[in-house]
Ligand binder design. Structure first.
Ligand code: DAH
Length: 419
């Protein structure tokens, strides 16, 4: 199960399309998210849906800003967040690491990419992968976007938790909004001198010790392994995997911070480590939550199963999530010819169209057939869309009308020809 594939690993993602909103955006009043309590970089009164040609934020995404699931003490994400924070308190001393969980998710492209050394041509900068408010403003796609601003602000040991946004495919473990926690620790020269160690070696060793301890705190006595990884902001970089229910599961990315970032913050004589982890993935595994959409559900059968303080270290004897009966899925296939030219059709763009029509009623969008008609010079795709509500039965009429709207939008927004 991969919840947040490492976007920096160099594995090929879809090419760059130009997904443009229609010039008249839907009106949503007010266009200001409800809880903009921390105005870093971008002023919280900035419009999120605009007529800017780069804007690809949909209503469905906009509505999620300000939900702050990670700040709700009885929500599984809030529970995992505070369990991790208390691990840091126990290991390093109360409040040695300062926690921030209200940094505003609308950030500059500088913060999201440049400040953490993401190369100018990196695929994660494309409108296919990231939600743009305008050319210079995005919904953060990772909490690493805050590293530099925090350092400049004087923070030296900190945790940043927040909602992050990525255009992506649709299935049980992917939702375009999820939550990450970033950890950052700066070392003073005296620390590596006292230890008689090279600064990078000290930071890497301390990082691994810290995160192995965290994994034990969360999962109990599990088998784990370190895998070499690549992130633009760290060198060396690693991923931690744990062996859970018969498979190796990637739980976090981390590494020794690139000096360029520290230099930018005026900390050229220091060293640092950083890590980033996805809260949904941890919560799904630790509580046995089968579908990522459940985190957004206000169904009491879900919410009443979680209480602040219920997490037992190592998951020992902890109450797991008891799934209630699932409502039946409804499957709809759609076959079409891809546009001959241009890059308006990508799987991410299709998912965005489906999400915009069906919201959380869509469970999965998957390619089930593809062939090329050499004579026509055209490629045909068939996608299966699985609709299912987490809360109720859907009627045929309701699904049919959603599917009709999806088909219409596929033609008008993605330029496909239905078959
Ligand atoms: N930002 C990375 C991601 O979203 C996660 C991450 C990896 C954060 C390594 C870090 C780090 O701070 O050092 O996939």
């Amino acid at each position: 199960m991969r919840l947040e594939p490492n976007p920096f690993s160099g594995k090929k993602r879809a090419p760059y399309p130009q997904h443009r909103r229609s010039p008249t955006p839907p009106t949503l009043a007010p266009k200001v998210p409800p809880d903009p309590s921390f105005p870093y970089f971008i002023h919280p009164h900035t419009d999120v849906i605009t007529s800017d040609p780069h804007n690809n934020v949909t209503d469905h995404i906009f509505e999620k800003i300000g939900y702050n699931l990670h700040k709700r003490p009885d929500h599984p994400l809030g529970i995992i967040k505070s369990v991790i924070e208390s691990y840091f308190d126990e290991k390093y001393g109360q409040d040695t690491f300062t926690s921030y969980d209200s940094l505003y998710p609308v950030v500059s492209t500088f913060a999201n990419f440049d400040s953490v050394l993401v190369p100018p041509d990196h695929v994660s900068r494309s409108q296919n992968d990231t939600y743009y408010v305008d050319e210079d403003t995005v919904l953060r796609c990772h909490t690493s976007a805050h590293q530099l601003e925090m350092l400049k602000d004087g923070a030296r040991k900190f945790l940043v938790t927040g909602d992050v946004y990525r255009r992506d495919s649709i299935d049980a473990t992917h939702f375009p909004v999820f939550h990450q926690m970033e950890g950052f620790r700066v070392f003073e020269q005296a620390e590596w001198e006292e230890a008689g160690k090279d600064s990078v070696d000290l930071a890497a060793a301390e990082l691994k010790d810290c995160l192995e301890g965290l994994a034990k705190h969360l999962f109990g006595d599990v088998e784990m392994r370190w895998v070499d990884a690549y992130f633009p902001f760290t060198e060396p970089s690693f991923e931690l995997e744990i062996f859970f229910k018969g498979e190796w599961l990637e739980v976090l990315g981390c590494g020794v911070t690139e000096m360029k970032i520290l230099e930018e913050a005026g900390l050229q004589d220091k060293r640092a480590w950083a890590f980033g982890l996805g809260l949904e993935r941890l919560a799904m595994v630790l509580f046995d939550i089968p579908d990522i959409r459940l985190f957004w559900s206000d169904d009491k059968r879900f919410s009443k199963q979680f209480k602040e303080g219920m997490f037992k270290a190592g998951g020992v004897d902890m109450q797991k999530f008891k799934p209630y009966s699932k409502f039946p899925p409804c499957l709809k296939d759609v076959s079409f010819w891809l546009p001959k030219e241009g890059d308006s059709f990508t799987e991410n763009n299709l998912c965005e169209v489906v999400r915009d029509v069906a919201g959380s009623l869509v469970e999965e969008v998957k390619l089930i057939d593809e062939f090329e008609n050499k004579k026509k010079g055209l490629t045909s795709n068939c996608y299966r869309i699985v609709y299912r509500s987490m809360e109720r039965s859907l009627t045929d009429d309701e699904i049919n009308s959603l599917q009709e709207r999806v088909r219409d939008d596929m033609v008008s927004k993605l330029g496909v020809e239905l078959r």
